[in-house]
Design a protein around this ligand. Structure first.
Ligand code: ADP
Ligand code: MG
Length: 645
C-alpha cells in the first residue's frame, strides 16, 4: 500500500515538517489509486441513505476511545488529564460546518497518511473490487459494504481532520476535498483526540439541523457506550443511551438496535441471523452478546482461523483477538463477552492459560450449541441457510472437541442421494434406514453432485439405500475420528467390501444374476492381476456396481480414497493406484465378454490392452490423472480400430 508523496523530499513522519514545503508546512499527498476510485463514487453519489456517514464517524470515534482505554490500563498517564471519554457533535450554521470531536487515541502524521490515504480494511477493499463504473449499480453497494471514513465525502466537499495522538505533543491537520489528494500540516490541539470538520456541500444543509442529527444518532448509534453530546444554540445534551448495549436487559433492545450494534462490532454490513444475549451470575459473572451473521464473513476460511468476538472486562475493551475465548469452530460468531471477574490488567498472554476464561469458554460454547439446536427446531429454513454458511466450520468441532461431538453431530446436516438440494440430519437418516441396515453409508469428494454419480454409489442406489454425499474438505478428517452416531457406525462406500447382497434390488432393476460363469470370471481376474501387477492391490468381483463396468475402492485397512488424494495433493505426491482394489461388475456386458475370452487360447496377449484400459477407465471416473496418457491413447486407438475394422 503506497502513498505517493509530493512536495516533500524526505518525509519525516510524525516529526517536524521538512523545509520548503508549500502552505506553511503542508505536504501534498495523493490517495492510493483504490481510494481515488472510491472517493470518486462518494463525491458523485446519488445515494438516499447518506446519513450513514455519521454512523461511520461515530463508530471510529468509539473504537478510538476503546483503544486508548485499553492502553491506559498499563499506562495510566495517557488519560490522567481526562479520563471521561466522549464524542461531541456541533454545528456552525453560518460557516455551514458540522464538527465531530472525540478524546480517543488520536492519530499522528504517520497514522493519518496510512489510515486516511489507503484502504486498510478488507470490507472496503472488497467494495472497491466490486466497483463496475456504472454509478447507479455501484452506489447500491455502499449500503451493502459500508465504506468507513470515506463516506464523509457524500456530504462534504472539504474535510479537515485535526488530531493529536495520546502521549505525543505534535498535532496535525489532514485536509482534503476528496478529489485531488490530501494535505497534512502541523496544527495546534490542546489535548489528545481527533476533530473532524465537515464543510458541507451545496444542498446538504440538513446535517446542520439538531433534530435531524438527534434522530440519526438514535437510529444508528444509540448502542455506542460513550456519551454522544450534541452542542447547539440551546446548549449541550447527551443524545444517545450511552450505556453498553449488552448491559441493558434483553427486552429493552430492539432488533434494529441489535443490527446496528452488530454492524459496529463486527465491521459487517449484513444483519444477524441469530442473537444470543444473556448474562450469568454466580460462580462467575459475565454478559454475552453474540451474533450469528446472515452471510459468510470474508475471512471465514482464512487459515489463521481468527476469533472475532471482543473480550471486555467490566465494560473496558481488552482485545478482539483472543483465541482462548471461544473454540475455533465457532469463529463465525461476532459480538462481545464482558467479564466481571477477570483482572483488568490481564495481558493477552495471560489469557491463553487463564482458568476463569477456560470455564467461560466451556459454558458459552455449550450455551451457543444449545441455542443453535433450538433455532434448528424453530426455524428449519433459516437453519438450513445457517448450515450452508457455517456447517463446514462447525464440523471442525467434530474432531477438535470430543466432548461436544454428540451435540455437534445432532446439529450437522448432510446432503444425501435422496435429499436433493436439501440437507438432512443424521436422526432423519437413521429413521430412513433400510430393514437390516446397520451402518450410515457415505462418500466423500469435491463436489456433492458429482460424487452422487460415482460408480461406487450405484449398488446402493439400486437397492434404495441412502448415502451421505460429503463434499467439504473437513469431512474426511472428522470421519477418521468419529466412530458412530446413535450406535450406527459410519461406512465409506469407496472402501472395503460391501454387504449389499443382503438387500433386495428395487423393482424393475437388473436381475440379481451375474451374466457370466463363475469359473470364467475367476480366470479373467487371474489374468487381470497378472497384467496389472503392482498397479493395483487386488482385482475382485463386486455387487457395488450396476451401470459401470469397473471402479476403484480403497482396501479395508487403507485410507479412504478421497482422503488419500487430499493428503497426496498436500504432500505434492504422484497419484498411484497401487494400494487400491479394482472391482469388476459381473453383470456388465463388457466384463462378460472379457470373461468369455479369458478361457480361450492366447487370452493373456489378447486381454493385455483391455486390462490397462479398464484400470485407466476407473481412474478417469475417479478424476485421477492417468499414469501414462500416451499409452492409454494408443490402446484406445487399437481397440477402436479393431472394433470398426
Ligand atoms: P475502519 O474503522 O473499518 O478501520 P475507517 O475507514 O472507518 O475503517 O477508518 C480507517 C482508520 O482510520 C481506522 O481504522 C482508524 O485507524 C483511523 N481513524 C478513523 N477515525 C479515527 C478517530 N476518530 N480516531 C483515531 N483513529 C481514527
Ligand atoms: Mg470505521
Amino acid at each position: 500500500m503506497s502513498v505517493i508523496e509530493a512536495g516533500r523530499d524526505d518525509p519525516q513522519a510524525g516529526g517536524p515538517p521538512a523545509d520548503g514545503v508549500q502552505d506553511a508546512g503542508a505536504a501534498r499527498l495523493e490517495f492510493q489509486a483504490e481510494v481515488s476510485r472510491l472517493l470518486h463514487l462518494m463525491v458523485h453519489a446519488v445515494y438516499s441513505e447518506k446519513e450513514i456517514f455519521l454512523r461511520e464517524l461515530i463508530s471510529n470515534a468509539s473504537d478510538a476511545c476503546d483503544r486508548l482505554r485499553y492502553l491506559a490500563l498499563t499506562e495510566p498517564a495517557l488519560t490522567s488529564d481526562d479520563a471521561t471519554f466522549r464524542v461531541v457533535l456541533s454545528v456552525d450554521k453560518a460557516a455551514r460546518t458540522l464538527t465531530l470531536s472525540d478524546n480517543g487515541i488520536g492519530m499522528n502524521r504517520d497514522d493519518m497518511v496510512q489510515n486516511l490515504g489507503t484502504i486498510a480494511r478488507s470490507g472496503t477493499s472488497r467494495f472497491v473490487e466490486q466497483l463496475s463504473g456504472d454509478s447507479s449499480r455501484d452506489v447500491s453497494l455502499i449500503g451493502q459494504f459500508g465504506v468507513g471514513f470515506y463516506s464523509v465525502f457524500m456530504v462534504a466537499d472539504r474535510v479537515d481532520v485535526t488530531s493529536r495522538k495520546a502521549g505525543e505533543d505534535a498535532a496535525w491537520t489532514w485536509s482534503s476535498d476528496g478529489l485531488g489528494g490530501f494535505t497534512v500540516a502541523p496544527a495546534e490541539r490542546a489535548t489528545r483526540g481527533t476533530t473532524i470538520v465537515m464543510h458541507l456541500k451545496e444542498g446538504e444543509d440538513e446535517w446542520l439541523e439538531a433534530d435531524r442529527l438527534r434522530r440519526i444518532v438514535k437510529t444508528h448509534s444509540d448502542h455506542i457506550a460513550l456519551p454522544i453530546v450534541l452542542k447547539d444554540a440551546q446548549g449541550e445534551a447527551v443524545i444517545n443511551a450511552a450505556s453498553a448495549i449488552w448491559t441493558r436487559s434483553k427486552g429493552e433492545v430492539t432488533a434494529e438496535q441489535h443490527t446496528e450494534f452488530y454492524r459496529h462490532v463486527a465491521h459487517a454490513f449484513d444483519a444477524p441471523w441469530a442473537t444470543f444475549h444473556y448474562r450469568t451470575e454466580g460462580r462467575q459473572s459475565y454478559a454475552v452478546l453474540l451474533y450469528v451473521p446472515e452471510t459468510r464473513p470474508f475471512d471465514l476460511f482464512d487459515p489463521k482461523r481468527l476469533a472475532r468476538v471482543k473480550l471486555y472486562v467490566r465494560r473496558v475493551f481488552i482485545t478482539d483477538d483472543c483465541e482462548a475465548l471461544l473454540p475455533g469452530y465457532l469463529r463465525f460468531l461476532r459480538g462481545i463477552v464482558d467479564s466481571e471477574d477477570l483482572p483488568l490488567n490481564v495481558s493477552r498472554e495471560m489469557l491463553q492459560n487463564n482458568a476463569l476464561l477456560a470455564r467461560m469458554r466451556q459454558a458459552i460454547t455449550k450455551r451457543v450449541l444449545g441455542e443453535l439446536e433450538k433455532k434448528a427446531e424453530e426455524d428449519p429454513t433459516g437453519y438450513a441457510t445457517f448450515w450452508e454458511n457455517f456447517g463446514p466450520v462447525l464440523k471442525e468441532g467434530l474432531y477438535e472437541d470430543a466432548e461436544r461431538r454428540d451435540q455437534l453431530l445432532k446439529l450437522a446436516r448432510f446432503r444425501t442421494t435422496k435429499s436433493g438440494s436439501d440437507a438432512i440430519s443424521l436422526a432423519d437418516y437413521v429413521a430412513r434406514m433400510k430393514e437390516g441396515q446397520e451402518a450410515i453409508y457415505y462418500i466423500t469428494g469435491d463436489d456433492a453432485a458429482a460424487i452422487g454419480r460415482s460408480p461406487q454409489v450405484e449398488g446402493y442406489l439400486a437397492r434404495d439405500i441412502e448415502v451421505l454425499l460429503l463434499s467439504d474438505p473437513v469431512d474426511d478428517f472428522w470421519l477418521s475420528s468419529v466412530d458412530a452416531f446413535d450406535g450406527k457406525s459410519f461406512k465409506s462406500v469407496t472402501k472395503g467390501g460391501t454387504d449389499l447382497a443382503r438387500f433386495a434390488l428395487k423393482d424393475g432393476d437388473a436381475p440379481d444374476q451375474p451374466a457370466v460363469r463363475e469359473a470364467d470370471l475367476a480366470t479373467l481376474i487371474v489374468l487381470l492381476k497378472q497384467e496389472l501387477g503392482d498397479a493395483v492391490k487386488d482385482v475382485r468381483s463386486s455387487d457395488r456396481l450396476t451401470g459401470s463396468a469397473v471402479c476403484l475402492v480403497a482396501d479395508d485397512l487403507g485410507l479412504d480414497m478421497h482422503l488419500a488424494r487430499l493428503l497426496r495433493q498436500h504432500r505434492k505426491e504422484q497419484a498411484t493406484t497401487g494400494s487400491l482394489v479394482l472391482e469388476l461388475n459381473p453383470r456388465h456386458a463388457l466384463i462378460a465378454a472379457l470373461a468369455g475370452r479369458a478361457t480361450k487360447a492366447g487370452a493373456s496377449d489378447a486381454l493385455a490392452d483391455a486390462a490397462h484400459l479398464l484400470l485407466d477407465q476407473a481412474r478417469i471416473v475417479e478424476g485421477e490423472p492417468l499414469a501414462d496418457p500416451a499409452a492409454f491413447a494408443r490402446r484406445l486407438a487399437a481397440v477402436m480400430t479393431a472394433a470398426i475394422a
